[in-house]
Design a protein around this ligand. Structure first.
Ligand code: SF4
Length: 349
C-alpha cells in the first residue's frame, strides 16, 4: 500500500508538535514546514540544518525551514482581513502560509495538510467562521484538517477517504493548555516552548514602528519597501536625526553584530574605541545614497554623541570618549561628549 504523507504547518509551539505527532501515530509521514519571516524566527535562516536536526531529535518530526520574507513583506501593505490588536495580520498570515504549504504538497507527495490550530484559542484567527475563511482563501478546503479539534469541525476528505481515523482525532477547544500538556506527556514529550508566541508583529512597540514604516515609509524616506530596512527596523534604539538620517544603536552584543551584518557599503558604522558600547549605524534618507555625498561632520558628531551617551561609563560617569566612524574604507575619528538627553528626546523613533 502506498505510504500516505501529509504536510504540517509547524510553528514549533506545543500545539503544532502535537498535531504532527498525532498524525504520525496513525502511520502517516509528516513533513513539517517551519515558515520564517523577518518578524518571526528570522534567526533560523542562519541555522536551518541545526534547527531541523534538533526538531528531529527532540520530537521525532522531520522539519524544513522555509523563508517567506518576500511575499510577506508585500502582504503587510494591505492585508485583506486587516490587523489584530497590533500590527499582526493573523488571518491573512495564515492564508498566506497555507497557500504556500498547499503549493509545496506535491514536493512531499502529500495528500493533505494539518495545523495545530484549536477552535476558539485565538480571538482573531481561530474562530469557527474564520477557520472556514482561511481554508477557502488558501484553496485548502477539504484537504486541511486540524487534528487537535477535528471532532468539532466537519469531516474532511482525508477522513472520508479513510486516510485518517477520525475516531483518533480530538475535540480540544479554547485557550486552556491542560489537555495539551496531558497529551504531550502521553507522547513522552517533556520539553516544549511556553505559550507566548515569538511574533514581533504582536509587540505593541515594534508593531507601531513597523506600522509607521508601512504607512509613511519612515524612516526609509523614499516610499520603497526594502527587506534590509525592515530587518534594521526591528533592532535596537532608533533615531531620526536632522535631515532625515536614520540612526540605529545596538543594545547588546547580539544586536551590535546584527547591525554590522545588515550594514550596506554606503552606511556609516560608529563604535567607541576605548570603552565597550553600542555599534551605531547611520543611513542616509531616501534609499539612493551616494558614496560620494559626504555625511557632514556635524551630523557624524551628533551620532557619535549618541554612541557615547549609550556607551560604557568611565569610573561610573558618562564622559567624553573617542569614536571611530567607518564607511567603505573611509574613517573618521573624533572625541565627543555624551549627547544630552534633551537634544535627542524628539529624535527617538
Ligand atoms: S501572531 Fe504573527 S505569525 Fe502568528 S498568525 Fe498572527 S501574524 Fe502570523
Amino acid at each position: 500500500m502506498k505510504q500516505v504523507a501529509a504536510v504540517g504547518l509547524f510553528s514549533g509551539g506545543l500545539d503544532s508538535i502535537l498535531a504532527c505527532r498525532m498524525i504520525q501515530a496513525q502511520g502517516i509521514n509528516v513533513f513539517a514546514l517551519k515558515f520564517v519571516t523577518p518578524f518571526f524566527d528570522d534567526h533560523l535562516l542562519g541555522r536551518r540544518e541545526e534547527y531541523c536536526a534538533e526538531i528531529l531529535e527532540k520530537y521525532g518530526i522531520t522539519a524544513q525551514v522555509v523563508d517567506l520574507t518576500r511575499g510577506y513583506v508585500e502582504l503587510l501593505k494591505n492585508p485583506k482581513y486587516g490587523f489584530g490588536k497590533n500590527f499582526n495580520p493573523c488571518v491573512d498570515c495564515k492564508i498566506f502560509m497555507l497557500t504556500r504549504a498547499r503549493e509545496m504538497m506535491d514536493e512531499f507527495g502529500a495528500a493533505f495538510l494539518i495545523t495545530g490550530e484549536v477552535l476558539g484559542q485565538r480571538p482573531m484567527s481561530q474562530r469557527r467562521d474564520t477557520l472556514r475563511v482561511i481554508e477557502r482563501e488558501s484553496g485548502c478546503e477539504d484537504i486541511l484538517f486540524r487534528p487537535l479539534c477535528a471532532k468539532r469541525l466537519p469531516e474532511t476528505k482525508p477522513e472520508r477517504e479513510g486516510l485518517v481515523d477520525r475516531a483518533r482525532l480530538l475535540d480540544f477547544t479554547g485557550r486552556g493548555r491542560r489537555r495539551q500538556m496531558e497529551l504531550a506527556a502521553e507522547f513522552g514529550i517533556r520539553e516544549y516552548p511556553g505559550p507566548a508566541g515569538g511574533c514581533i508583529l504582536t509587540d505593541p512597540n515594534l508593531g507601531a514602528r513597523i506600522d509607521r514604516y508601512y504607512r509613511d515609509r519612515v524612516p526609509s524616506g523614499d516610499g520603497v519597501l526594502r527587506e534590509n530596512d525592515i530587518r534594521l527596523l526591528l533592532l535596537g534604539r532608533q533615531f531620526l536625526l536632522p535631515g532625515g538620517y536614520w540612526f540605529i544603536l545596538g543594545r547588546n552584543q547580539q544586536e551590535n553584530e546584527r547591525i554590522q551584518v545588515l550594514a550596506k557599503e554606503e552606511d556609516w558604522l560608529l563604535t567607541m574605541t576605548e570603552r565597550p558600547g553600542p555599534t551605531g549605524l547611520l543611513r542616509r534618507p531616501g534609499g539612493t545614497p551616494s558614496l560620494h555625498q559626504p555625511v557632514g561632520d556635524g551630523l557624524c558628531r551628533l551620532a557619535a554623541g549618541l554612541v557615547v551617551r549609550f556607551g560604557g561609563k568611565k569610573e561610573g560617569k558618562r564622559s567624553r570618549a573617542e569614536v571611530l566612524a567607518r564607511q567603505a574604507g573611509k574613517t573618521k575619528q573624533m572625541i565627543v561628549e555624551p549627547l544630552e538627553d534633551s537634544r535627542f528626546i524628539d529624535w527617538r523613533f
